[in-house]
Design a protein around this ligand. Sequence first.
Ligand SMILES: [Zn+2]
Length: 339
Amino acid sequence: MSFKSLVGRHELRSLLLRAITCGKLSHAVLLTGPSGSGKKSWGQALSMAILCPYCDNGEPCMKCFSCCSYLNGNNPDYFGLAPDGRNIKIEQIRSIRQGFYLQSSKKVCMVDQAEAMTAETSSSLLKILEDPPPDLYFILLASQPHLLFDTIVSRCQRYILKPLACSEVTGLLMANKDMSAEKAALIARISGGLPGYAFELSEDDYFERRFEEAKTLAYNLATGCDSVFQLLSWARYLSEREDLTNFLEFLCMSYRDGLIQTLGSEGSAAWLKDIDSASLEDSIMLINNAIHEINATNINRRLLLEKMLILLQRRLTKCQKSSGFGLNRPEKPTTLTQV
Ligand SMILES: [Zn+2]
């Protein structure tokens, strides 16, 4: 994994390459970004660049013993830490700590999901960071950096992985997966610029069906063609699904598209055209709040969905009726066939 092989993020790339070539790289680097943003790939490229003795302008040579052994997963100067179960435990760092102090060459310890470190592990890491051995580099990866000790974050050089452009994710999928340009573009749009999430979706056989179902529900809510009884049926059906939050993200995306459309960019669905932006924003917020409650609490999913769907339909059809759009029901209302 070299920087050359990574797509986009030109600013981040030049910052890291400059830090490596000028010898300004800190002994502790924190890479942050949402899950699926590619932190691990960037962390791997950085690890290889630090370890490679023939690094050229910040790029690892990919040929030497260090690079080859890294790619084979047995570089003796590389230490990887990741959650064992839910946490990164103190025993894990104790088992490798001795290796940090062997005086030979540069060493890298990459901590994946660093926010999963227990308080004990964090304290142990902090002690090492307070008086780091020469030539030891820590690379911490975190999607929730606010959960890290402030004292650890303050000792790190921090880099943020921003989402990729839709076209960059499309290109990445087409180069690595056997799929049509149309499907790659759809996945790229859904992924929100997160390459890891895009690859996950590309291996999910049901995502297209889920996406179509979410579009159906988005349409039904916006046109008011479902009765309250049908909305309650949707709530029951969805509450039993394991991929509920994923489904709700797709539902949210339909209204986000509508919002982009009302703001003047190109849009996709004619039926969203007449909904005002305030109603679309409210709908997106309602769905996001529901996703948060489902993820963070043990809330009754069915009751939550019943309330959310009724509120969504009321909000979306209210503004359409005021513009006259909702007075006529669609000729062929789409119904929930899965119930
Ligand atoms: Zn090399």
